[in-house]
Design a protein around this ligand. Structure first.
Ligand code: COA
Length: 325
């Protein structure tokens, strides 16, 4: 029994915020952003448009492709750190919007690795026989936790959602492996300080900008490249493959320099590596399912292909999966 991806979907909000727009907001330039990150533009959710709304649209598109209805879904698991509320889980709101009354739903907080963590959970759920179909979602509205006056961080992030439908099948195709890791010693390098138990909501906290994300970009960069490379190699080795066997590498789209450094260390060619970070920036837990959906709809994922994916994010968390399409 394998958990196989039978449908993919994504949703990107309409509003495009270009580097030229950012030039008017902070002391930066289009050329600097492109040279350091490869990002040209990102999407920004509309006023009142929430993570659950974006997730629901992506999930509906994935279910339409799969030819299943909401009632066919046994589990909804979503990677997000920018949910509609601290609780309840945003996946419960998605369940309600979809009418997936036979599913149970929960969120996973693993930052940019959230989708791969969710995929791993759903894979275990299906291969252990607990259910037949799962909706696995990555959705984020980072625009509300980004400080749009901080040029070090605001250039990097965007909003969006992606989803896949996983189904248990007696098949050679499907998820071959998942590997997940974390190291909480690095929590401070990438985090959102407020408001939680450590820094409860306060006027002082708002003035200190605690609700906005904090990042030590240089440090994150180094650990990200090392970890993505190592965990990708582990996925290949576990399954007895090498980089030459990979049809598409679909990594977390943090920024182009991280992607290029990782791809090079893995010995992958540009043709093997799927990149869309220039269009959307870093949508955290949503980058991988958005990229899988785009690659799929472009016809780049063919039956029998080996798809390698890896992610890295706050926590630190990181992981990889190898999928036979
Ligand atoms: N525009 C212009 N200048 C900027 C800038 C911007 N948007 N942001 C920072 N700078 C300046 C800095 O202030 C600094 O100036 P100084 O030398 O006068 O102090 C200079 O550029 C270099 O800053 P530095 O932070 O060393 O740049 P960098 O080459 O490390 O690039 C990042 C910064 C954020 C692009 C890079 O560190 C990075 O991509 N990190 C990984 C972040 C990431 O992907 N996080 C999510 C992982 S899931």
């Amino acid at each position: 029994m394998r958990a196989r991806i039978i449908g993919t979907g994504s949703y990107l909000p309409e509003e495009i915020r270009t580097n030229y727009d950012l030039e008017k907001m902070v002391d930066t330039s289009h050329d600097w952003i492109v040279a350091r990150t490869g990002i040209v533009e990102r999407r920004i959710a509309a006023e009142g448009e929430c993570t659950s709304d974006m997730a629901t649209k992506a999930a509906q598109r994935a279910m339409d492709m799969a030819g299943v209805t909401a009632e066919d879904i046994d589990l909804i698991v979503m990677g997000t750190i920018t949910g509609d509320f601290p609780w309840p889980a945003t996946s419960c709101l998605v369940q309600a919007q979809l009418g997936a009354k036979n599913a149970h739903a929960y969120d996973i907080s693993a930052a940019c690795s959230g989708f791969l963590y969710a995929l791993s959970n759903a894979n275990d759920f299906i291969t252990s026989g607990r259910g037949k179909r799962a909706l696995v979602i990555g959705a984020e509205k980072f625009s509300h936790i980004v400080d749009w006056t901080d040029r070090n961080t605001c250039i990097l992030f965007g909003d969006g959602a992606g989803a896949v439908v996983l189904e248990g099948q007696e098949s050679e195709a499907g998820v071959l492996s998942t590997h997940l890791y974390s190291d909480g010693n690095y929590w401070e390098l990438l985090h959102q300080p407020g408001f939680g138990a450590r820094y409860p909501a306060s006027v002082d906290g708002i003035e200190a900008k605690l609700p906005f994300l904090r990042m030590e970009g240089n440090e994150v960069f180094k650990v990200a490249v090392r970890s993505l490379t190592k965990v990708s190699k582990e996925a290949l080795k576990t399954n007895g493959y090498t980089s030459a066997d990979v049809a598409q590498f679909i990594p977390h789209q943090a920024n182009l320099r991280i992607l290029e450094a990782t791809t090079k260390r893995l010995g992958l060619t540009d043709e093997q590596s799927f990149i869309n970070v220039h269009k959307y920036g870093n949508t955290s837990g949503a980058t991988i399912p958005i990229a899988i959906d785009e690659a799929n709809r472009q016809g780049l994922l063919k039956s029998g292909d080996l798809i390698l994916s890896a992610a890295f994010g706050g926590g630190f968390t990181w992981g990889s999966t190898l999928i036979r399409w």
